[in-house]
Design a protein around this ligand. Structure first.
Ligand code: C2O
Ligand code: CU
Length: 474
């Protein structure tokens, strides 16, 4: 990819450019668009094995990446045409799913469902104009435990012209653990004990591929961190210590700001966090979901103070289809342990796949409404979990009947999180919602474009062992 500085194309002042340049010494800068096309952007994503030294390892690990940078972070403008050509130079077939972006169905990147898989040596061009600003990411949708485990993911920032000048520092902080040994070799990405419980955790914790990286800011800088949880298992509890950092966007969508400390970020979830840099010292982002908080990144304050700005840290409101709760139809989705289901068995007989093959030769630990997706592939589609009508409003009541958390993700739609009886949740928009054990979490949305939209747990081992289905919109 050509490498003009992205900062010149984005609505960022010179101060932020300098702050970005300083920080770039420590953290990879956001990768530039390869070539501008009108107001749009074209990029090449070359999925390939690329050896890379992970922190603390004696030898490089065999990562799978879309480009030389890890994490790859692309910036595009809201509503501008975006074209990403995936070239598959892996030995495995693949696709790119644009997680959280309300893309046309054919661009959703689910093999066999929205497109044929992109075979080794083949290419596919994704084209869409991202309708909503925010922090999104992209990843494949098959063999995902291994692909994500080797790093195959990128961040997509959709810039909002309404934010111009609001922040002095705007950085992606991509969280991901690695199951890597001291010699750089990866451990098994999935284990049956993990898949059947809370998932298989990595041991090396990183932010932007580094161990506790530092981001340099000036006193008084208005800082925006786009925290992206790329991990398929870990759900950190954000902890900024005494600093009043606020979540200003959830899964990319503006929200009424709420305190970031105490917000739990399940796999695939994003939080845009804003604060004004203190006069001196260090702001530490840690994971508080541990006996002692685990530091993930440090924001180091140094240099001459910034000129005070009065622009609010809160973002302009999200512009999304608002569900009509009075008329919405409620559908229950029960998240349960895996079991065989007569409908699935009937379907299996009809398609010539034996029920035994579903449950015995493939690992099935989880289900939605007592249906377990047959295996991790999408070659044969079971019946939909529900049939929806475009333009109508729906409430999904997600009942978690298991002792584990499930970050549930719906493709192609941004939903309103209405909350749950036992826990106060700030009202917000999301594409992935964390459902705690025994909870009944309610979400609402307007059914969008016709298609079969995947609905699954984003603890990828749960997804791949049954907790996946789809909603058919017609
Ligand atoms: Cu981020 Cu269906 O996935
Ligand atoms: Cu789950």
């Amino acid at each position: 990819m050509v490498a003009p500085t992205p900062h010149l194309r984005s609505p960022i002042g010179r101060r932020r450019f300098l702050a970005g340049a300083l920080a770039a010494a420590v953290l990879p800068a956001v990768a530039p668009p390869a070539r501008a096309e009108g107001a749009g952007v074209r990029v090449a994503l070359v999925a390939r094995e690329r050896p890379r030294l992970l922190p603390g390892c004696a030898a490089p690990s065999l990562l799978w990446t879309y480009g030389e940078d890890w994490p790859l972070a692309l910036r595009v403008a809201r509503g501008a045409p975006f074209a990403a050509t995936l070239r598959n130079e892996l030995a495995d077939h693949t696709t790119v799913h644009w997680h959280g972006v309300r893309v046309p169905f054919a661009m959703d990147g689910v093999p066999w469902v929205t497109q044929p898989p992109v075979l080794p040596g083949e290419s596919f061009t994704y084209r869409f104009a991202p309708p909503d600003p925010g922090t999104f990411f992209f990843h494949p949708h098959c063999n995902t435990m291994e692909a994500l485990g080797r790093g195959l993911a990128g961040v997509l920032v959709v810039e909002d012209p309404r934010d111009a000048g609001r922040f002095d520092v705007d950085r992606v902080v991509a969280l991901k653990d690695w199951r890597v040994r001291a010699d750089g070799a990866f451990d098994a990405f999935s284990t049956d004990t993990g898949a059947a419980r809370a998932g298989t955790f990595g041991d090396l914790r990183t932010a932007n591929g580094r161990r506790v990286p530092e981001i340099a800011v000036a006193p008084g800088d208005r800082v925006r961190l786009r925290i992206v949880n790329l991990d398929p298992t870990r759900a950190p509890l954000l902890d900024f210590g005494p600093v009043p950092a606020m979540v200003i966007a959830t899964d990319g969508n503006a929200c009424t700001p709420f305190r970031a400390t105490g917000w739990r970020l399940g796999p695939a979830m994003r939080a845009d966090v804003a604060f004004v840099a203190p006069p001196r010292g260090t702001v530490t982002l840690a994971d508080g979901w541990a006996a002692a908080p685990v530091p993930l990144a440090r924001i180091v304050v140094a240099g001459a103070p910034a000129a005070a700005s009065r622009a609010p840290l809160a973002l302009p409101p999200a512009e999304l289809p608002v569900p009509d709760l009075r008329r919405a139809e409620t559908l229950e989705m029960a998240l349960l342990a895996g079991s065989s289901d007569p409908d699935i068995e009937k379907w299996a007989r009809e398609t010539g796949m034996s029920a035994d093959a579903l449950c015995l030769s493939r690992r099935i630990f989880w289900s939605i409404n007592r249906r377990a997706w047959p295996g991790q592939g999408h070659e044969r589609l079971p019946p939909p979990l529900a049939e929806l009508k475009r333009g109508r409003s729906y409430v999904l009541e997600l009942f978690n009947g298991t002792p584990h958390i499930h970050p549930m993700h719906l493709h192609g739609h941004t939903f309103r999180v209405l909350g749950t009886a036992g826990r106060t949740v700030p009202p917000h928009w999301a594409d992935t919602v964390l459902v705690e054990p025994k909870e009944r979490m309610r979400i609402a949305f307007v059914a969008g474009e016709p298609g079969d939209w995947m609905f699954h747990c984003h603890i990828i081992e749960h997804q791949e062992s049954g907790m996946m289905g789809y909603l058919r919109v017609s």
